[in-house]
Ligand binder design. Structure first.
Ligand SMILES: [Zn+2]
Length: 291
C-alpha cells in the first residue's frame, strides 16, 4: 500500500474471513455518525462484538486506520451480497462535511483499491445506494442515509463532487459493478425455487429479496408442492401478502387454497387450488413478462 495506515485488526466476530469466491468490485463510502476518533472506532471493533466492521476508518485529521484486510468481508453494507464484493470505508463525521485532510487520505485509500482491483469510479458508491446493487439477501435499512452529509437533495451533485475528489484522475479499466438485474429472465421449468421466488419478490416490489416464502402453515405443504423454497412457521409472507393484494383476496400472508385459486385465475390456469407444476410454469411466464 502506498499510504500510511495504522492496523488495528478487528475481532473476527465482527467480520467474515474470505469473500466466498466473489471479486471485490465495489467501494462503499460511509460516515460513522459520531465524532469518536478513527482509533477509537478501531479499538471498539478489536475489543467489542457489535457484529459490524469496515475495512478502513478515516479520521478528521487524515489518520487512516485499517480494521479488516481487503481479502476479507466486513459487515458494513447491510446486505450479504454487497458485503461479499465490496470494501467499506468509514469517514469520521457526526453529519458535518468531511475535512480536506480526510478527503485527501480517503482518496489515497480509494485510489489504491481502484488500482489494485481495476475498478472505475462508478464502482465507488454510498451506503445509501446499496439497495441498487444487492442481488439477493435481506437489505437492512434500504436507502440508508449514509454518509448523511452526502445524501441530500434531488440531484446527487454534492456526492458526485466528493466521488470525483476521492477517485481523482483514475479512469480505466475492466470492472464495472454488477447492479441488481431487473431484466434477467428466469427458467420456466415448473419449479418455483430461489431464482423464481427472488424474481417474483422483485416484480411485486417487495423490500426483501431472499428467494424464500417464509412463515407458512406447515399443514399446507402439499398444496404448494411446486414451490421449493418455503419456510414454515407463523406470521405469513410479505410476498404472499403482495400477491393477495394484487388478486383481491384476504391479506393474511398464507398461501392457502383461496389465494392459490385466485392466483391461478390471474395467470390463466385451471383454478383447482393446488400449486403444482402447471401453475408454477404459468407463474414463471408471468414473472418473465414483468421483468
Ligand atoms: Zn453506512
Amino acid at each position: 500500500m502506498d499510504f500510511e495506515s495504522i492496523l488495528i485488526q478487528a475481532n473476527t466476530s465482527n467480520y467474515t474471513l474470505g469473500r466466498y469466491g466473489n471479486l471485490l468490485e465495489l467501494i462503499v463510502i460511509h460516515y460513522t455518525g459520531t465524532m469518536a476518533s478513527a482509533l477509537d472506532n478501531g479499538a471498539n471493533w478489536r475489543d467489542n462484538h457489535p457484529g459490524t466492521s469496515a475495512h478502513f476508518i478515516i479520521d478528521r485529521d487524515g489518520t487512516i486506520v485499517q480494521s479488516v484486510l481487503l481479502k476479507d468481508m466486513c459487515h458494513a453494507a447491510g446486505n450479504i451480497d454487497v458485503n461479499r464484493r465490496s470494501a467499506s470505508i468509514e469517514f469520521v463525521s457526526d453529519g458535518r462535511d468531511f475535512t480536506q485532510a480526510q478527503i485527501e487520505s480517503g482518496a489515497k485509500v480509494v485510489q489504491y483499491i481502484m488500482r489494485t482491483y481495476g475498478l472505475t469510479k462508478e464502482c465507488v458508491i454510498r451506503h445509501h445506494d446499496v439497495v441498487r446493487y444487492a442481488r439477493y439477501g435481506y437489505i437492512a435499512d434500504p436507502w440508508k442515509c449514509c454518509p448523511a452529509p452526502y445524501v441530500n437533495g434531488d440531484d446527487n451533485s454534492k456526492w458526485y463532487q466528493l466521488r470525483d475528489l476521492l477517485t481523482g484522475e483514475i479512469t480505466p479499466t475492466h470492472t464495472t459493478p454488477t447492479e441488481r438485474s431487473s431484466s434477467q429472465k428466469i427458467v420456466v421449468d415448473g419449479w418455483i425455487g430461489l431464482d423464481s421466488v427472488s424474481a417474483w419478490q422483485r416484480v411485486m416490489g417487495c423490500k426483501y429479496i431472499d428467494g424464500i416464502i417464509s412463515r407458512q402453515w406447515c399443514g399446507s405443504k402439499r398444496r404448494h408442492y411446486a414451490i421449493t423454497t418455503v419456510e414454515y412457521g407463523v406470521g405469513g409472507s410479505l410476498l404472499v401478502k403482495a400477491i393477495q393484494r394484487k388478486v383481491g383476496v384476504t391479506v393474511d400472508g398464507y398461501m392457502g387454497v383461496n389465494t392459490i385459486k385466485a392466483w391461478q385465475k390471474f395467470v390463466g390456469v385451471d383454478a383447482d387450488g393446488w400449486f403444482g407444476n402447471d401453475t408454477a410454469r404459468a407463474t414463471q411466464r408471468w414473472i418473465n413478462s414483468q421483468l
